[in-house]
Design a protein around this ligand. Structure first.
Ligand code: ARG
Length: 412
């Protein structure tokens, strides 16, 4: 009996052709695994496609709830946005798919797992390191990294193996989509000077066609996790779908990112992430009200670190778990409501409130009821400025020449 491999399968050309290729080149029985993380491009007939391509079995998992609970919400709480632009939809999906591959491999007694990633992207790194981080003994095969075939050659190889599936090239782009966003690259997008054509977008309306009236939405957070919209509690998957639709219809969440891949390549990627955009903005707003200035400052650094290592495929590491624990602890008072205005491609915070608010009206107000001790500021500034005054006295600073100063000199 040949040993088995579990192949991450989308039903597209690469992973379909990988089935006979793995059988031929590695002598393995192929079981496919397809995880639905909420992309709209998912094929309804993946099982049939896998079997027709020669798989002995096809496993399909609804991973939406695991994805949101175990990956999306932790990243939201962490404020994880790579290079300030990419909310990491694809990067967060990979470690979950890797986990499913691993579970299936153990269940089926497979000796290897396989994925369809090429040799120049981030996703191969994420799959390989995720698997290695969980089970360093499990073998990983990446057919598309080995075979060096063009699209035409793949089609021909498939025909030679009696694969008669339809691989109509439906899009000029390479697309990866899940609940947290849609990543679009290649085709015309490879010219970084060219504005992305409208046909690259699917989740967001063009701002020119967005409604002339704003929509207001209120999001309630409990310990950093969004729980309800406009006062109605809603399950996590639904909440994200609802915000994707709503914010997408206002043209919110388009990103044009010239990003740095881990493998050293700069690449141009377009993202659509309507719900992620709204939720990150809202979450930051409730943190702004409930965390201290120093907590915010340190957390910004942690956010960047977290985003970078998630991008780099290091989810299953002890470092990641340490950061996760830190982030979780920061969220214990991040509870409250944020009111967001969605309008013409922008998403702005217009209100926030929390039982744990550190904003105190009697300290902030310029009106009656002011409890702030104005006179105490004099002593505060005296001490705070002591080092600076001492230095200015001994080491005078050089002032730049200003034309205004010359005019003043002329007048006097
Ligand atoms: N650049 C993104 C990342 O590394 C997305 C990769 C997948 N993109 C795609 N269009 N197939 O996470």
């Amino acid at each position: 009996m040949p040993s088995k491999v579990i192949l991450a399968y989308s039903g597209g050309l690469d992973t379909s052709v990988a089935i006979p290729w793995l059988k031929e080149n590695y002598g393995l029985e192929v079981i496919t695994l397809t995880a639905d993380l909420g992309g709209q491009d998912g094929r309804s007939d993946v099982k049939e496609r896998a079997i027709e391509s020669g798989a002995s079995k096809s496993i399909v998992v609804d991973g939406k709830a695991d994805f949101v609970k175990g990956f999306v919400f932790p990243a939201l709480k962490a404020g994880a946005i790579y290079q300030g632009q990419y909310s990491l939809a694809t990067a967060l999906g990979r470690p979950l798919i890797a986990r499913y591959l691993l579970d299936a491999a153990h269940k089926e007694g497979a000796e290897a797992v396989a994925h369809g990633c090429t040799g120049k992207g981030n996703d191969q790194v994420r799959f390989d390191l995720s698997i290695a981080g969980m089970d360093p003994e499990l073998k990983i095969i990446a057919p598309a990294r080995e075979w060096n075939m063009s699209r035409e050659q793949e089609l021909e190889y498939g025909r030679g193996k009696n694969i008669t599936l339809d691989f109509a090239k439906k899009s000029p782009y390479s697309i990866d989509e899940n609940l947290w966003g849609r990543s679009i690259e290649a085709g015309d997008l490879e010219d970084p000077w060219k504005e992305p054509p409208e046909d690259a977008f699917a989740l967001t309306k063009s701002v020119a066609l967005a409604p002339d009236d704003p929509t207001y939405v209120e999001v309630h957070f409990e310990n950093g996790i969004p729980q309800s919209i406009d006062g109605n509690s809603i399950d996590a998957v639904n909440l994200i779908q609802t915000l994707n639709d709503l914010a997408g219809s206002h043209g919110i969440g388009r990103v044009d990112h010239l990003e740095d891949r881990l493998v050293g390549i700069k690449s141009r990627e377009i993202y659509e992430a309507p719900a992620a955009t709204v939720l990150h903005v809202a979450h930051k707003a409730i943190e702004g009200m409930t965390l201290s200035k120093d907590q915010i400052k340190l957390k910004e650094r942690i956010s960047q670190e977290y985003a970078e290592h998630v991008y780099n495929g290091l989810w299953y590491t002890n470092l990641h778990q340490d950061l996760e624990a830190y982030v979780e602890n920061t969220q214990r008072y991040v509870t409250g409501d944020v009111r967001i205005k969605l309008f013409k491609g922008t998403c702005s915070v217009v209100g926030r409130s929390s039982l744990f608010s550190l904003y105190q009206h009697d300290l902030a107000t310029y009106d009656t009821g002011d409890k702030f001790n104005h006179l105490a500021s004099e002593g505060f500034i005296h001490i705070y400025g002591l080092a600076g005054r001492t230095q200015a006295d001994i080491q005078p600073i050089q002032l730049p020449k200003l034309s205004g100063s010359e005019q003043i000199n002329r007048e006097t």
